[in-house]
Design a protein around this ligand. Sequence first.
Ligand code: MTE
Ligand code: MO
Length: 256
Amino acid sequence: MSDQRNKPAVSMAEIRPELERLHRRGFLRGALSLGASLGSLTLLTGCDLSTHSGVDGALEAILCFDDRVQAALFSRKRLAKTYPASAITRPFRFNAYYAEWQVRPVPDNWVLSVAGLVADRRPWTLPALMALPQQGQITRHICIEGWSQIGQWSGVPLGAFLRRVGADLSARYVYFKCFDGYSTSIDMASALQPQTILALDFEEKPLAPQWGAPLRLRIPTKLGFKSAKNLEAIEVTNKYPGGYWENRGYDWFAGV
Ligand SMILES: Nc1nc2c(c(=O)[nH]1)N[C@H]1C(S)=C(S)[C@@H](COP(=O)(O)O)O[C@H]1N2
Ligand SMILES: [Mo]
């Protein structure tokens, strides 16, 4: 992590338009004034800024300084590690906010609702989702409680889905509502990261209820609680949506 922090993976020229966009939208206001004192930033972050000067130096200092801004800029390029099929954890555990077995069956006539800043708010049926291009992954799922397991999921890349429904891709948040009462939300850059998928399958079979049937988010660049199961609605919004654990004190960003 700290290596990546010291060495941005892309050049400043490449990310400058995005920095300017973030600045216009108020994200960097505090950070830019901090950028004035590069010396103290060096002390704080361990970034060596001696080879940088002027605006680039100031902007690079901000990247060193603010993980979240950096994540917003880079998460579309930074990939989670993938594994061979032989690494899949078996048995694969199930985890939920409720202690006892209360797994909800998929409601009759299930559809995925789409709300907020999207052009096309028509709900999606399962066959319609299955007809979209699918993508698989074998990645590690890491729970905040201190355990992890490697699983195999496939489904529709969330970025492709958001484009398909005409979502405002400059909106700040994507919110996920689940029919077991759970919810979570992520930033738009993470939503567009290519490994963030709306998973329909687990180990090449339709998801079982305890693992999120019929549709779950799978986002390997964030802690497990962001991978919302049993989805019923997706909303694109600029208003901070929070989530079940986020509202109880878990770090909202919870990833890279
Ligand atoms: N709908 C719903 N999604 C959820 C949860 C939940 O309680 N309800 N728990 C989260 C947490 S804390 C974890 S670790 C993972 C567990 O996923 P798994 O059951 O596939 O292991 O789901 C996440 N998504
Ligand atoms: Mo978790």
